[in-house]
Design a protein around this ligand. Structure first.
Ligand code: UD1
Length: 419
């Protein structure tokens, strides 16, 4: 079992290269099943979630080679098979359900384990299934396995009760090879949706409106292969930005898309943290004392739920009263308990977390409860007195590529140790 040992002290300073976005890479890899031809996907971070997705795709018959140094995946799905038994892997990773849309598009059938319950909330797939039904898909659920069959996949008007990222992606993938036109209303507008649309367009799909609440797709006969470069990870970038803010550091993020970070930049500005474009990227630095704030997580372009925990760390060391309202997931405050162990003053009431900034955060033994919550503990450790030991770091490594190496380069005293 591995742990991170973090000693606080220094200010984050220097340059950090931001990796490709996990949440863009996963659906794009799944979408590569839609064509028989070879696709080349660049800027793919070699994270555990990505490795699991590739393993899953191989199970469906895709030929894959992953050059981890170049961060480039070649994937060719000439023949696909539907295994009798759905993979265990599928149950462990929610994003695995993203193959449903591409299997339906390509074969008209899919048999998948339902994604298991997740720490941060129940995370159902009802919206995915509702969309598929409009497109002529019959679904049957038994023993945690969902069987999807479409005699003839057809376009239709899908209204999402909530702009779910995964449901929007799955329906887009099914629709590109469906007969006729599909309109997705109340669609998610996240940058990762646009990246998936760009990949699909590169393969010959007809899509417009991505990045807005209404997406139009016209089914085509077939798709061809293409090369695509995954967008930078706005959540990884945001995490380093908060690190710079908390330590009064000065960091340049290389390879970020400033536009995607708008909601995070706006909140940082409210608490006296500035950003400016420089020759090699985006510079982040503090201008004066940190200020308390209120934030509410919302679908894009609102404040991302995936940055909520990191901001809670920032609030914990910011003098005054701050408030976080989590609207996206019902149970996404697990990290607060671990932060309290480090002396943070946080009171949870339903979907609200009231945070009183304090100046006596102390290093302790804590565990990562989930991916972003784990990253937030590293950030809090940067401002703690003494040593912090963070366990269960496999959660963090699902979504942050070589986080300890990147932090070390910025001057942080962090070690990964085997226990
Ligand atoms: C994606 C991201 C995740 C991020 C989330 C919200 C990936 C791989 N993961 O997850 O990091 O936190 O978007 O920005 O891209 N819901 C339903 N029924 C459904 C689908 C969703 O009720 O069929 C609910 C969920 O339980 C949740 C909310 O909708 O409360 C948002 O979920 P969704 O946008 O689907 O998130 P994911 O695509 O799973």
């Amino acid at each position: 079992m591995e742990k991170f040992i973090v000693h606080a002290g220094g200010k984050l300073s220097g340059t950090v290269k931001i990796s490709g976005a996990k949440n863009a890479a996963l659906p794009i890899l799944a979408a590569a099943l839609l064509t028989k031809e070879k696709c080349i996907i660049q800027n793919v971070p070699p994270l555990t979630d990505v490795e699991h997705m590739l393993e899953l795709l191989e199970g469906f018959g895709a030929k894959i080679s992953f050059d981890r140094n170049k961060e480039e995946v070649e994937i060719e799905a000439l023949e696909l098979v539907i295994p009798e038994e759905p993979y265990e892997l599928a149950r462990s990773m929610r994003a695995s359900f993203l193959v449903a849309g591409s299997l339906l598009g390509r074969l008209g059938v899919a048999k998948l384990s339902l994604p298991g319950g997740c720490q941060i909330g129940t995370r159902p797939v009802d919206l995915h299934l509702k969309g598929f039904r409009v497109m002529g898909v019959k679904d049957k659920m038994e023993y945690g396995v969902v069987d999807l069959v479409a005699k003839r996949l057809k376009g239709g008007i899908v209204y999402l009760d909530f702009p779910s990222v995964g449901a929007t992606e799955n329906i887009m993938m099914a629709a590109v090879l469906a007969k006729g036109k599909t309109k997705i209303e109340n669609a998610a507008a996240e940058p990762e949706i646009i990246d998936l649309a760009n990949f699909l367009r590169g393969c010959g799909a007809k899509i417009s409106g991505d990045g807005t609440g209404t997406i139009y797709i016209e089914g085509v006969e077939g798709l061809h292969g293409c090369s695509h470069q995954v967008i930078p990870d706005r959540i990884e970038a945001g995490t380093f930005m908060v690190g710079a803010a908390m330590t009064d550091g000065d960091v340049v993020l290389e390879g970020v898309e400033e536009e995607h970070l708008k909601p995070v930049i706006a909140k940082l500005l409210e608490c006296n943290v500035k950003t400016e474009k420089v020759a090699n990227g985006l510079r982040v630095y503090r201008k004066g004392k940190l200020l308390p704030m209120q934030l509410k997580t919302m679908p894009y372009p609102g404040f991302p739920t995936d940055m909520q925990a990191q901001f809670m760390s920032l609030m914990s060391i910011t003098k005054g009263s701050s408030l976080v309202t989590e609207t996206m997931f019902e149970n996404r405050f697990l990290h607060a308990g671990e932060m309290q162990r480090m002396g943070a003053d946080i009171r949870i009431e339903s979907r609200n977390a009231f945070v009183e900034g304090c100046d006596h955060i102390t290093g302790s033994q804590v565990v990562a409860t989930d991916l972003r919550g784990g990253a937030a503990l590293i950030l809090l450790a940067l401002a703690a007195q003494g040593e912090t030991e963070i366990g269960e770091i496999h959660h963090i490594e699902r979504g942050y590529y070589h986080i300890e190496e990147k932090l070390k380069k910025l001057g942080v005293d962090i070690e990964k140790i085997q226990m």
